[in-house]
Design a protein around this ligand. Structure first.
Ligand code: ZN
Length: 161
């Protein structure tokens, strides 16, 4: 017997928990370990073209030359100059937490003191009227006992001028 009724689908939302570990690699691993242990932000330089990388990279992204080794890494910041920023008003799910992002939310491009290299990171200020390129900013770290060895051991950069 045929029926003209449309089948009813039942939706069942399931949140899967799939724990995994990802190897950061020698250079990124050491960069993150230093954020956690010493509170230093490190960069390294290409001996061929002079380009700095932050976080340090094993090979220059421009000329593909092996960069300077760990004993020549340079601690930079924690202060720097805000070159640009983006304020996000639209929330979205953060892939690493599964939670919706609280908005407004701002990201800055920060030229850290000590080397011609930038780091992109959260800003404490998210009012675009209070942010201007050229402002001075400073990294705010979590208390040492709360650091996990990831980039969010730096909570954000706060404006200092
Ligand atoms: Zn290079």
């Amino acid at each position: 017997m045929k029926s003209n009724t449309v089948p009813e689908f039942i939706l069942h939302d399931v949140m899967l928990k799939i724990p995994y570990k990802w190897a950061a690699g020698e250079y990124m691993g050491e960069f993150l370990t230093q954020l956690k242990e010493s509170g230093n932000i490190y960069s390294n330089r290409c001996p061929n073209c002079g380009r700095y990388s932050c976080p340090p990279r094993p090979v220059c992204g421009v000329c593909h030359t092996k960069t300077e080794p760990r004993d020549k890494w340079k601690a930079i910041g924690p202060q720097g100059t805000l070159l640009g920023f983006c304020v996000t008003e639209q929330s979205f799910m953060v892939p690493t937490t599964g939670k919706m992002l609280e908005v407004p939310y701002s990201i800055g491009i920060i030229l850290l003191d000590g080397a011609p290299v930038t780091l992109q990171h959260r800003l404490a200020e998210s009012d675009p009227e209070k942010l201007k390129p050229g402002m001075r900013v400073e990294a705010v770290f979590k208390p040492k006992e709360e650091r996990l060895g990831n980039i969010f051991d730096i909570v954000h950069f706060k404006t200092i001028s």
